[in-house]
Ligand binder design. Structure first.
Ligand code: ZN
Ligand code: ZN
Length: 312
């Protein structure tokens, strides 16, 4: 049984503020113009060329029966996705983004990768029985020893299935950390609108979890994260851990105990104060944050009160 997850991206039903980001009809048209294999082929052809392509070059590359059909499909793309100039046809910024979606297969459901052992340790129990898998658009790291899901988070399907398992582990760890850094800055890593975090004990999936939950002002992405993972890139934390920074940047975050859910504890409930203990090499820090993750107090715990000897 899976007991907890350390990071979690959930898709909620609607925007929190009820606003419509863009006109529905306009968005429908935008997608319908791409809903055709010939047009997708045109996008991919133009994306793979570094220079604009002439009409006859496009005709040569794209599997279309006659010029009449090509003209029709090009007309659907020109302006929004394809720019036509004297030099030929090339992608607009929207066209590049659409081609990028195709390359990452972001809209493709059903990509899977079976769980495989990875060279890693569990941040909770220290065991090396750690596995990485992929399903439903998310990479999942779990520990077989303590029976916990250590993390699950968004990852593009095409890359998830293309990498070797160790490359996948590294890419997932780095990408996720960067996404959380951005999210902690208040920028949604999925749509770049504003995202706000609050510590929400009621969102915990088991008794030892005190998650922070991020809600985007525009897109349905919600992020549930351990407090330590969000704080890990704050300047105050980084300067306190300066001697260990290089090491931290090389370790997948689920290997750090203080980046897991169980590492933070509720100190007070009204107003909410949560304490996080960070143990890194010879350092032992106690950090107190309020419900919106503002650091209220940060101080090294005296050696005498350390629960165990810090090693390595
Ligand atoms: Zn474990
Ligand atoms: Zn968003």
């Amino acid at each position: 049984m899976i007991l907890s997850s350390t990071t979690d991206m959930v898709r909620q039903g609607s925007n929190s503020n009820g606003d419509t980001p863009c006109d529905e009809t306009e968005r429908g048209d935008t997608f319908s113009r791409l809903a055709n294999t010939t047009r997708l082929e045109i996008l991919q052809t133009l994306a793979s060329s570094e220079t604009p392509l002439s009409y006859s070059e496009v005709f040569q590359e794209v599997s279309v029966a006659d010029r009449g059909k090509l003209n029709y499909h090009l007309r659907q793309l020109v302006a929004e996705y394809v720019h036509k100039s004297d030099e030929g046809y090339e992608l607009t910024q929207s066209g590049k983004r659409a081609a990028n979606l195709l390359a990452t297969s972001s809209l493709r459901d059903g990509a899977k990768r079976s769980f495989q052992r990875i060279d890693s340790q569990c941040g909770v129990c220290g065991s090396d029985s750690v596995e990485l898998g992929y399903r439903d658009g998310e990479a999942i790291v779990r520990c077989l020893n303590c029976d916990r899901q250590l993390t699950n988070f968004d990852f593009p399907p095409a890359a998830a299935t293309a990498y070797s398992i160790e490359e996948f582990k590294d890419a997932f760890a780095q990408r996720t950390w960067t996404y959380f850094d951005l999210a902690d800055e208040g920028i949604c890593p999925f749509c770049a609108h504003s995202i706000t975090f609050e510590i929400r004990p009621s969102a915990a999936t088991d008794s030892d979890s005190v998650p922070a939950v991020g809600t985007c002002s525009e897109c349905p992405a919600g992020i549930r994260a351990p407090v330590g993972l969000l704080l890990s890139t704050r300047p105050r934390i980084q300067s306190a851990l300066s001697d260990s920074q290089e090491k931290i940047s090389r370790i997948p975050f689920w290997e750090l105990e203080w980046c897991t859910f169980g590492s933070s504890e509720i100190q007070r409930t009204d107003p909410l104060v949560v304490e996080l203990e960070i143990e890194m090499d010879d350092l032992y820090l106690s950090v107190e944050v309020d419900s919106d993750l503002t650091i209220k107090r940060l101080h090294p715990v005296p050696t005498s009160s350390q629960p165990n000897e810090s090693g390595s």
